[in-house]
Design a protein around this ligand. Structure first.
Ligand SMILES: Cc1cc2nc3c(=O)[nH]c(=O)nc-3n(C[C@H](O)[C@H](O)[C@H](O)COP(=O)(O)OP(=O)(O)OC[C@H]3O[C@@H](n4cnc5c(N)ncnc54)[C@H](O)[C@@H]3O)c2cc1C
Ligand code: FES
Ligand code: FES
Length: 1327
């Protein structure tokens, strides 16, 4: 059959404007069309795979059948452009802008401080906007559902939720306000507390301001008979039939052509697996695929329904039919509620989910257990095929013939005495594919005496949805009782032969889950039978799901003093200065810069071998591809081919040898991104493997593979102390690495100026000076020819300090060679593969203590996995040892730390710089002491904490007074002793659910331990109209440094904040800057700006004296007339920190920031799932410069720590390949991970002489406090273990994932399986 017209014109609307595209390329996504063709850059690229929500837009469609307009959120990165014929798209740029009117959603997220780096903000705005469009007064649950698929790496979500919840009808959810008594705060206290934002100033939601659905589209849909559409691109043809017969014919003649529906499976395969389909058939316009027919057996549901539509249909049917008929419907509703995100469910279809035949599809096990069948159609006619175990034949394959089309699914009504349930466990509660997912159905015979039929299907236990056939056989025709079920558990344990090599790993956990789910099913069935009085002596077991209701949070900070002028904004919760433009999408990030004439895109080619000689790089095929302009190898580098860091060379491009998978070998330049990427995949590199690559810390220790120097620190006499203590205990803990997952991937644009080898570099870097120097060295030109500009970064967290410079060098060589502008923006997967992250750490310790819990000696050995280049690993090791004491005075303390050299991508700086890892080892040691002594861990902590005038292990005197104040305050705020009793009581009453409580301190040294880095410079220019331009060396990456600096300048110059502007960070304005890192950005740059402003203010003094009543503008004009310079530099010479590692003493930090956090968690011992119920943080940050910024940093860091210690898992293959290269595999905290009650209190009356206006650095310290969730989980696990007679220390590595929690709980279902470890190579290795 012909594929229709030669080429059709695509017609749709974007933000109310008509778009007609004559050359619609089927490979183009809406996201790239918006950003590159329409130049609407508000919508962001975060992952390209539907996993982060940064690209969220609203799609509106008109259905002539019911004359209704539908609005839904969708991920523009997965929406094929050609799918949009007749649709209206609304993007963040279309709902409001600063030039005229911003939308209330944009306003509220911004003013509630929900935008830090701002890169996630447009996506958040659009998810919320779409929700309001459909439901102007949503519930809090609606909001969390709508935002479940939007990731934010900065804020900790609390402020976003707080901004959005102002749209709720009944907004407050505080126990006091609602008449309860739990939190101890009275309504009066709430009224007196200063607030972070004032919601009375918010604009009301006025939907008359919203863009209307284009009448032209309605007219088109109503009057034009739809025709088959064809779009042809460079490699792919797209056909979109209207009639079912056309569809059948097309599929018959092109059986290999996929049907595109939501594109959430095909799109992902195209993008990440490089699959090319020369022809694709879009079936979304075939109306028969949307029909819903109710029969007496059940409901035939059209497979074209999206999962959201399916959910609504199922809900409707549940409301219409008696409960006993809708068992299967309810189970499906439950699964649908947890499947993907709303953006995914809004486009993904029922047919697509079935036919994708994912092994961990959430629907297929339930449909199969529920006796569903599909109706299919092909040229041979229609047939009905049962959706049973024969239906799924292998990974991604079904029994259907390639030309067969599924048209509908029969979802049967349940019968009397029939019960259906669904369960799933995923690495994250929401927006994550399940590890194991299941559908279970039981039908009882008359009188409930025995089981007539049972069906149990699992996903996640093999390549297909699988039936537990033997287990079912063991249950059928038997009574539903302990004996039957116990036998069933035993059989089930053996039924799925899960080897350690199973894709995705977690074999033991998966097996445990299969049984846990059957056990849960049993509990639910027993509960029903009990309610029907069919069984006696039914022990009531708590099978309630984990709590999920978000409470009203508290943020407590000090009012500024009453005598402070209103104009002086220091100490007040001022909104981030770019928050509004971030929320409107107007804020410019590096990749938003318009394309420059002749610009080329650079794509990297990386090594696929971990340790090998490069034999040949064959670029011939790549150079023949359309658009490919040039290939850059090491030979092209005109200057230095290596970067020397801490005495070790790191090659910019590998020349003869590679030392990890992901090392950059060469780069392809082409006219477009797509061409550059195709070119990169066409480069062929041949290798000769070198022996014995090293991946794990243990292997590195065995081979003595280290970066030198290794470091040691010791005080007291450790060996002697061990001899004198009551008890000695030894332990070990592994803390996994962490991906920065800044939402904006590494991005840069290098522009040759055209003369004298001058280059302008626009880059997302935390350290522009390092980029400048590196590029100058690589191009062999003086640094004065390179100017580096940073407007803002979409998050960084330490990941854009060192690695970015190397990427900039490669991009600059490309620009130098071609004399054209070159842009390089990493894909999420590339970024994760190449740029490394936090150092994984192995800690071994020996601790000696007295019966009263007093620790007298500790010997701690620490190894980090540094990877294939030294990067900052030695500095990380040093900082680790400098925080070996955390908050404790251990008189005899020894630490040894080494950076292991391995064949993995090199790790780099990451918020906390090794401190979270080492402090976790120390706290684990303390926890163990508590477990050995059967004494609460908080008492051991308290017993050993620094008290009175103290000396650190590197011999610095300090006062821990504020640490102790935080500790006491936190205990009070969290009602610690009352909660302890309540938690213990809960644990006694619940066998399968446990609660845990932990309180954890941190003492964190601020600034760089390398004294030279503690300096900063600033330039302040006053212009003739009185406006002030401030430039300093700090980079704005969401932490709000520019806003705080504006506050400083405004105070020093005595002018309103609105007169102070910061445009960018530039090496032309400020030379020789140091990175914005070490929580020191505001300390250093604030002082430099203060210095410059004071100079200027003094210069204006004579003028002010002459005209004391004059205005600022008068004085500025007069100064110009009197030839007074209105430009001044400022400089801050910070602390001369130093550390003598030979003497093991020094003064590495000018001061400490303290914090204490108490968390309570509830966990499900059967699945390892947990929820953080309460978090109370007390932080000493001196006199806060800006409480909203500082609280934002505290919450964001805490959540990043929560991710590090409980969620985020990097997985490497046995050959050293990083598997976890996107949000689908690597889970950072989402809204669902936010503590239900999340409170932050800033310690009052704290002063700090070492930093600007008595403030303290806060970017990093609180990250470690995320471990309080880890230790609360450990506390809960200890309670679970007690129930099976296990006491004393036990091992739990970080992150405490559901897998580790479940196995550590030692339930009967984790014990009985055959341990197959050792019989096949594990899927992943512990690095
Ligand atoms: C970020 C993300 C998270 C996700 N999370 C989950 C999750 O938690 N649980 C889960 O179960 N799934 C999850 N998914 C998978 C998602 O549910 C499926 O990709 C989706 O249901 C597929 O539907 P689609 O309409 O997008 O299919 P498409 O990608 O358009 O098509 C998929 C396949 O189905 C075939 N097909 C489609 N319709 C028919 C038909 N009528 N007849 C014959 N063949 C057909 C196509 O040829 C193609 O091979 C997730 C996906 C993403 C991207
Ligand atoms: S960029 Fe689309 S979801 Fe991440
Ligand atoms: S503000 Fe959300 S990712 Fe930065």
């Amino acid at each position: 059959m012909s594929t229709g017209a030669e080429k059709d014109t695509l017609l749709f609307f974007v933000n109310g404007k008509k778009v007609t595209e004559k050359h619609a390329d089927p490979e183009t996504t809406l996201l790239s069309f918006l950003r590159q063709k329409l130049r609407l850059t508000g919508t962001k690229y975060g992952c390209g795979g539907g996993g982060c929500g940064a690209c969220t837009v609203m799609v509106s469609r008109y259905r002539p059948t019911n004359k209704t307009i539908y609005h839904y959120s969708a991920n523009a990165c997965l929406l094929p452009l050609c799918q949009l014929h007749g649709a209206a798209i609304t993007t963040v740029d279309g709902i409001g802008c600063t030039k005229n009117r911003i939308h209330p959603v944009q306003e509220r997220i911004a003013k509630a401080h929900g935008s830090q780096c701002g890169f996630c903000t447009p996506g958040m705005v659009m998810s919320m906007y779409t929700l309001l469009r459909n439901n102007p007064q949503p519930t809090l649950d609606d909001i969390t559902q709508a935002l479940a698929g939007n990731l934010c790496r900065c804020t900790g979500y609390r402020p976003i939720i707080d901004g959005c919840r102002t749209f709720c009808k009944q907004e407050v959810n505080c126990c006091q306000v609602n008449g309860g008594t739990n939190c101890g705060i009275t309504k009066e206290q709430i009224d007196e507390t200063p607030l972070l934002f004032d919601k009375s100033e918010f604009m009301p939601l006025d939907q008359t301001q919203d863009l209307i659905f284009p009448p032209e589209l309605i007219l088109m849909m109503e009057t034009t008979k739809p025709q088959m559409l064809t779009f042809r691109g460079e490699r792919v043809t797209w056909v979109s039939p209207v009639l079912l017969e056309e569809l059948v014919q097309l599929k018959t003649s092109n059986p290999e052509a996929p049907l595109i529906m939501g594109n959430t499976n095909i799109g992902v395969n195209i993008k990440f697996k490089g699959v090319v389909h020369p022809l694709v058939i879009s079936a979304i316009r075939v109306k028969e695929l949307y029909e819903v027919t109710v029969t007496k057996h059940g409901v035939w549901m059209g497979v074209g329904l999206t999962l959201s539509e399916m959910w609504m249909v199922l809900k409707k049917i549940c409301n219409q039919y008696p409960v006993e008929k809708t068992e299967l419907f309810k189970a499906l509703i439950k699964q649908l509620g947890n499947l993907g995100s709303q953006q995914i469910r809004n486009v993904a279809t029922l047919g697509g989910n079935i036919m994708s035949a994912y092994p961990n599809s959430d629907l297929n096990p339930v449909l199969a257990a529920g006796n569903c069948s599909v109706s299919t159609l092909c040229c041979d006619g229609r047939r009905e095929v049962p959706l049973d175990k024969e239906f799924f034949v292998s990974f991604g394959k079904t029994v259907l013939k390639p030309e067969e089309i599924v048209t509908s699914v029969l979802i049967p009504f349940s019968r009397q005495r029939e019960f259906v349930r669904a369960f799933r466990q995923a690495p994250r509660k929401e927006s994550a594919f399940a590890t194991v997912t299941t559908g279970m159905r039981v039908l009882f015979a008359e009188g409930f005496r025995e089981v007539e039929d049972v069906a149990i299907y699992y996903g996640g236990v093999g390549p297909t949805t699988a039936r537990a056939t033997k287990t079912c056989a063991s249950i059928v025709a038997r009574p539903w009782n302990d004996e039957t079920l116990s036998r069933a558990y035993d059989i089930l344990m053996k039924e799925f032969d899960l080897l350690p090599s199973i894709p995705g790993g977690k074999a033991e956990f998966r097996r445990a889950l299969t049984v846990s789910f059957l056990f849960k099913f049993n509990l639910e069935v027993l509960q029903i039978l009990g309610e029907m009085n069919l069984i006696e002596d039914n022990v009531v077991v708590n099978i309630k799901p984990l709590p999920r209701e978000i409470q009203q949070s508290q943020q407590q900070f000090q009012h500024v003093s009453e005598c402070q002028s209103d104009q002086d904004l220091v100490g007040r919760p001022i909104m981030h200065s770019s928050a509004i433009s971030q929320a409107t999408g107007e804020a410019i990030y590096c990749d938003d810069l318009p394309k420059i004439d002749g610009e080329l895109f650079l794509a990297l080619v990386t090594s696929s071998h971990a340790h090998a000689k490069i034999i040949n790089v064959d670029t011939s095929d790549a150079l023949l591809l359309p658009g490919v302009a040039e290939i850059i190898t090491a030979k092209d580098i005109p200057g230095k081919k290596t970067r020397v860091i801490l005495g070790y060379d790191e090659e910019i491009l590998a020349e003869s040898q590679v030392s990890c998978i992901g090392q950059i070998v060469c780069a392809v330049l082409a006219d477009t991104r797509a061409h550059a990427k195709r070119g990169a995949s066409a480069v062929k590199i041949s290798y000769e493997d070198l022996p014995e690559p090293i991946f794990t810390i243990e292997d590195a220790i065995k081979s003595s593979s280290y970066y030198e120097p290794r470091r040691k620190i010791e005080r007291g006499n450790v060996e002697e102390a061990f001899k004198s203590v009551d008890q000695v205990h030894e332990g070990i803990i592994r803390i996994g690495g962490q991906e920065h997952f800044y939402m904006e991937t590494q991005s840069m644009l290098v522009v040759p100026v055209g003369e004298q080898t001058e280059f302008k570099i626009y880059i997302s870097s935390q350290w522009p000076t390092s980029v400048q120097m590196a590029v100058a060295e690589t191009l062999a030109i003086p640094a004065n020819r390179v100017s580096c500009h940073v407007k803002r970064l979409g998050g960084a967290f330490g990941g854009k300090v060192v690695k970015t410079s190397i990427l900039a060098c490669i991009t600059s060589v490309a620009a130098w060679k071609t004399n054209r502008a070159v842009r390089c923006v990493l894909e999420r997967g590339e970024d994760m593969l190449i740029t490394g992250g936090r150092h994984p750490l192995l800690g071994k310790y020996k601790v000696g203590f007295q019966k009263n819990g007093k620790i007298l000696a500790a010997d701690i050995q620490l190894w980090t996995n540094a990877g294939n280049a030294v990067d900052e690993s030695i500095f990380v090791v040093e900082k680790i040892l400098l925080h070996l004491d955390n908050a404790y005075n251990i008189p005899n303390l020894r630490g040894r730390a080494a950076a292991c050299r391995t064949n993995l991508p090199s790790n780099t700086s990451f918020r906390g710089f090794g401190v979270p890892q080492v402090a976790c080892v120390v706290e684990n040691l303390i926890n163990d002491v508590g477990l050995v002594l059967q004494c609460p861990a908080d008492q051991v902590r308290e017993n050993n904490m620094y008290k009175g005038p103290s000396l650190t292990h590197y011999k610095v005197e300090f006062s821990p007074e504020n640490l102790l104040r935080c500790w006491e305050d936190c205990k009070v705020k969290s009602d610690f002793s009352v909660r302890r009793v309540a938690v213990d009581m809960f644990n006694q009453q619940n066998r399968w659910k446990k609660r845990g409580l932990a309180i954890i301190p941190i003492k964190y040294g601020i600034a760089f331990a390398e004294g030279v880095m503690n300096q900063a410079a600033a330039l302040v220019n006053i212009y003739g109209d009185g406006s002030v331009l401030v430039t300093h060396a700090g980079t704005e990456m969401g932490q709000g440094v520019h806003t705080k600096i504006q506050q400083v300048a405004s105070r020093e110059l005595h002018i309103p904040l609105s007169k102070v502007y910061i445009s960018e960070t530039s090496t032309s304005a400020i030379p020789n800057g140091f990175p914005s890192a070490a929580s020191f950005g505001t300390d250093a740059n604030g002082m430099a700006v203060k210095n410059a402003c004071q100079t200027l203010y003094q210069r204006l003094e004579p003028i002010r004296k002459k005209n004391p009543k004059g205005t600022w503008e008068n004085w500025v004009s007069a100064a110009i007339m009197e030839k007074i310079s209105l430009s001044a530099t400022g400089y801050h010479r910070g602390a001369d920190s130093h550390m003598d590692w030979d003497k093991m003493e020094g003064r590495p930090y000018p001061y400490y920031t303290y914090g204490v956090c108490c968390c309570e968690v509830e966990l499900d011992c059967l699945t390892g799932d947990y929820r953080t119920v309460t978090t109370n943080i007390v932080a000493d940050i001196g006199q806060s410069l800006n409480p909203s910024m500082d609280i934002g940093q505290i919450e964001g860091a805490f959540m990043q720590g929560l991710g590090l210690f409980t969620l985020e898992e990097l997985k490497f293959s046995p050959s050293g390949l990083l598997y976890t290269r996107g949000p689908s595999q690597y889970k950072i905290p989402a809204v669902c991970d936010m503590p239900l009650s999340f409170n932050v209190f800033l310690l009052s009356d704290s002063y700090n002489p070492h930093a600007i206006y008595s403030s303290k650095g806060i970017g990093e310290p609180i990250l470690f406090l995320g471990s309080s969730v880890f230790f609360a989980i450990k506390d809960a696990i200890a309670a679970a273990r007690k129930d099976v007679g296990l006491t004393g220390p036990f091992s739990l590595d970080s992150p405490a994932t559901a897998e580790r929690i479940c196995l550590a709980c030692a339930s009967p279902f984790t014990q009985n399986g055959e341990n197959k470890t050792g019989c096949s190579q594990p899927w992943a290795i512990d690095i």
